[in-house]
Write a protein that binds this ligand. Structure first.
Ligand SMILES: *Cc1c(COP(=O)(O)O)cnc(C)c1O
Length: 524
């Protein structure tokens, strides 16, 4: 454990962005509650400050201890020894890299932070291997433990679903059902979700797109009649999506850790400023980098990278968030195909002088007019730290090809978007940039194949390729391109029986029935 006498456990509570939380709430409460009453998001009352010495010290310790230290600094209301135990369970052999999140210098002053070594090869594992442990302990110590089952519903475009299932698998008093677009996820993602063994996990393929899944799940959360039906069975709904602070805080850890390790290995001098480029969807990941910057990590600028769905790029350039006339586009980077980036609300609150009235106004405008405009001071504060750009589907695939040719590093489509944006936005090639690698390329192997073979994103794969499973294609590509090792679970994925076969129409009624069916089958 890292001694931290300099931080007399911050008496940190959480307030919310819409000013509806009367008394600051402790960490253990906000991770169970997820969203504040009134729809606001929880933020820490105070943001701790680390000294450079404290940041550098982290590099001498295992990742679990680094995470413990950051949680301690944020005043997480569990004893340090308990946090350390939970972190060791969160970041142990379930990650295939001993550093958990290794760093690779792929080009001069271009550092890749690999966040895809968890059990589902997506960066979502970084948070979802951690949150469920804290969630279970919080349940045990709250009156909520009288509720037999906390049922977590997840709408997923492919990455969150498997990571949530893996994280909550076998956690007592919890279950997770994921809703994925039946024909809208990759072969590997679908197999990950439908084959996972575990009494408390489920998956439902929805006859619709991701948006349909998300709308249906949101409608269920807003339905008191259905909540009452579930309550009679001893079931309460919970959410584990990235508006939960318990998913954000684990992400702050790896940004601090990465800086400490870059300084420890001499890639940076202590105090040197680095820029950070993040492929952005719901804005959780890049917001975690912003919190790391507030903690004292010498981050100069944050680059917000988007794909064809570039509402954030436009917002960060104009101060106007406008989805009133914006079509939703499907791209090779589905985890960034998003129009409403929920976590932006937290940043706006932090930068508008923590004014909940302004937030309520903006969010009301978004709901009624499909757009809002921030005031000039907030906009100036945004522009001081953030810059943004977006990359077309075509360019994201050609970036995969070019980077592989030039550096031998095989990017997946989300990270490729970030790479291209970093290339465009960095002030010079001397400026150190940290780019986060958010998935293993095997999860998006079909598009990586297109990229390396010069096919466009819409082009059909040749018959002999299309007939392969994701694992088979990944193995073939590994041999052909000598890409380094594949995730171990891939070897077995095709042999696993399909355990979760449910398919549902996209109507609210059908989705509710799918939940009831699952509960019936599992004795609730
Ligand atoms: C979720 C995800 C992102 C985006 O992260 P946000 O926190 O939603 O901004 C980027 N890349 C991949 C592969 C993801 O799964």
């Amino acid at each position: 454990m890292i001694e931290s006498p300099a931080h007399p456990a911050y008496q940190n509570g959480y307030i919310d962005t819409r000013g509806q939380t009367a008394e600051p709430l402790p960490f253990s409460t906000v991770i169970i509650q997820g969203l504040a009453t009134g729809g606001g998001l929880f933020v820490p009352q105070t943001i701790p400050q680390l000294t450079m010495a404290e940041i550098l010290e982290l590099a001498k310790h295992p990742y679990a201890s680094q995470a413990t230290f950051i949680y301690h600094c944020f005043g997480v209301d569990y004893p340090d020894a308990a946090i350390e135990v939970l972190m060791q369970a969160s970041y142990g052999e379930n990650f295939t890299a001993p550093e958990v999140a290794p760093l690779v210098e792929a080009a001069p002053q271009t550092f890749l932070l690999e966040l895809m070594h968890g059990p589902t090869s997506a960066f979502k594992d970084m948070a979802l291997q951690c949150l469920p442990h804290f969630f279970s302990v919080a349940l045990q110590s709250s009156q909520d433990n009288a509720i037999p089952l906390h049922l977590i519903l997840v709408a997923t475009s492919g990455d969150t679903g498997p990571a949530a299932q893996q994280g909550f698998k076998d956690r007592p008093h919890t279950a997770v059902i994921v809703f994925y677009p039946k024909d809208g996820v990759s072969d590997i993602q679908k197999r990950q979700m439908t084959t996972l063994a575990g009494q408390n996990v489920g998956a439902v393929g929805v006859e619709g797109n991701f948006d349909d899944c998300q709308k249906a799940v949101k409608a269920i959360f807003d339905d008191p009649t259905f909540a009452a039906t579930l309550s009679e069975r001893g079931v309460r709904l919970s959410s584990a999506n990235s508006i939960n602070w318990g998913r954000l805080l684990p992400q702050v850890v790896y940004f601090v850790s990465a800086y400490a390790r870059l300084a420890a290995t001499g890639s940076l001098l202590p105090g040197d400023k680095i820029d950070v480029c993040v492929p952005t969807g719901n804005f959780g990941h890049i917001l975690a980098a912003w919190y790391a910057r507030q903690l004292g990590v010498p981050i100069s600028h944050l680059y917000c990278a988007s794909n064809d769905n570039h509402v954030l790029t436009d917002f960060l350039k104009t101060g106007v968030y406008d989805i009133s006339d914006r079509p939703f586009k499907l791209t090779p980077s589905p985890s960034m195909d998003i129009l409403v980036s929920s976590n932006l609300e937290r940043l706006l609150f932090e930068l508008n002088g923590r004014n909940p009235l302004l937030i309520r106004q903006w969010m009301a405008d978004l709901a009624s007019k499909g757009k809002f405009q921030v005031d000039s001071q907030t906009f100036a504060a945004l522009q001081q730290v953030f810059c943004a750009d977006w990359v077309s589907s075509e360019d994201s695939l050609s970036t995969i090809r070019e980077v592989f040719r030039e550096t031998g590093y095989l990017l997946e489509p989300h990270t490729a978007v970030a790479w291209k944006v970093a290339e465009r936005l960095r002030p010079s090639t001397e400026q150190a940039v940290l780019i986060t690698v958010t998935a293993h390329w095997v999860k998006f192997v079909e598009d990586v194949y297109r990229a390396l073979n010069g096919l466009s994103p819409e082009q059909a794969l040749p018959e002999e390729i299309a007939s392969l499973t994701g694992s088979q294609l990944a193995t073939m590509m590994q041999t052909e391109y000598k890409t380094g090792s594949l995730p171990a679970y891939l070897a077995d994925l095709d042999k696993q029986p399909i355990r979760h076969k449910a398919i549902s129409a996209k109507t609210d009624q059908a989705i509710r029935q799918a939940i009831i069916d699952w509960l019936d089958e599992h004795g609730y």
